[in-house]
Design a protein. Structure first.
Length: 370
């Protein structure tokens, strides 16, 4: 049995974590009692921790136990200012690390965060660095990228946070992109409502599969090998059939843009892969599975495959893909650079122009007359 730690940092990380716990505590039933009971639908031992400087974000969580919601006191958040967030983490570092140490030892950890906000984007690189210095288990970050129209502060935060996470010693970064998922799902609100469950569904499938008995085996060692490939970046694809469907179609859908959390052409940009297929034996044609895996491995190199037999279930497929290049990420950084220059230019105009100060100067030496 694997020992797994899942940490949600900041509002976005908290909401994804709460979605994971929602499924673990019954898949969406009333969450009123969830924080008091610890029975979970995991094969593994899974410990969850939600960290936030904004107490209201923690209060919004419905399915995460109260003891696992860790408030880091600093007014009501850090206001999307990563410099303040870094300072708060340094001041409260031992308090945070104590919460992790009290939960025992682990085989693997996942840290969930947005790259664009304040607490999550600033805490995560420093937290990962501390964890890698103190513990010998791998730490993977699942990082959500912002809508491009969310604003200049969020865009520049995303650029610097992602760079800092990559330099922190993280064993891999799994990307999810709000912009791309919005384009698939329609409105921004629909994307916000759906992304947490999408990420949670993929993480839970992965954790379940790594602790399952398989016809063809993938395990934690294989996952580590996949995640060590490429440029330290990865994404996850998923497809669940709602009716009888050839397994090769399910695999193709899990590798297609509509199945991925981050926009990429897997046959062009992926470096290594893991594909896990689950379903009733009658749907699991070994010939069809081998054909699709060989096609993928011919393009990207090594592909680990696992097959989990579940009686009565239509095919489900999870793909984990590390990337050696990411053109969509380059586009994000181009927009982020523009955002940084825009903010800098505004600041300079205020400092140099001082139009407001000129207006105030007109009443220098005068007093109000009543």
């Amino acid at each position: 049995m694997l020992n797994i730690l899942v940490i949600g940092n900041g509002q976005c990380g908290n909401r994804i974590l709460d979605s994971i716990n929602k499924h673990a505590f019954g898949g969406g039933k009333s969450g009123k009692l969830a924080k008091f009971y610890s029975k979970q639908k995991y094969k593994s031992r899974v410990e969850t921790i939600a960290i936030n400087t904004a107490v209201n974000d923690l209060k919004e969580m419905r399915f995460t136990k109260a003891k696992d919601r860790i408030h880091i006191p600093h007014l009501h958040g850090v206001g999307a200012n990563r410099n303040i967030g870094k300072q708060v983490f340094d001041e409260k570092k031992e308090m945070i690390m104590r919460q992790i140490e009290e939960r025992g030892s682990f085989d693997i950890a996942f840290v969930l965060t947005s790259a664009s906000g304040g607490t999550g984007s600033s805490f995560t690189p420093l937290l990962v660095k501390e964890m890698k210095e103190r513990y010998d288990y791998p730490v993977y970050c699942i990082v959500v990228l912002p809508f491009r129209e969310e604003g200049t502060l969020y865009l520049q935060n995303a650029a610097f946070s992602l760079k800092d996470i990559r330099a922190s010693g993280a064993d891999g970064i799994i990307l999810a992109d709000n912009q791309y998922l919005k384009n698939i799902g329609g409105s921004i609100q629909e994307a916000y409502n759906g992304i947490n469950d999408m990420i949670a569904e993929r993480i839970l499938f992965l954790l379940d599969a790594l602790d399952s008995e398989m016809m063809m085996v993938t395990d934690l060692g294989d996952f580590k090998t996949v995640m060590s490939g490429g440029a330290g970046l990865a994404t996850i694809g998923f497809f669940r059939a709602e009716k009888e469907l050839p397994v090769k179609t399910a695999i193709q859908n899990a590798l297609s843009p509509s199945g991925l959390l981050f926009s990429t052409d897997v046959y062009d940009e992926a470096s290594r892969a893991m594909v896990i297929i689950k379903g009733d034996r009658k749907y699991l044609s070994i010939d069809d599975i081998s054909t699709e895996i060989e096609k993928l491995s011919g393009a990207v190199g090594h592909v680990f495959k696992g097959i989990v037999v579940c009686n009565g279930e239509y095919p489900q497929v999870l793909s984990v893909l590390t990337l050696e290049s990411a053109h969509e990420l380059e586009k994000l950084y181009n927009v982020a650079v523009q955002a940084i220059h825009h903010e800098k230019a505004k600041k300079q105009r205020v400092e140099e122009g001082a139009e407001v100060d000129k207006a105030f100067a007109q009443i220098d030496g005068l007093e109000p007359e009543y």
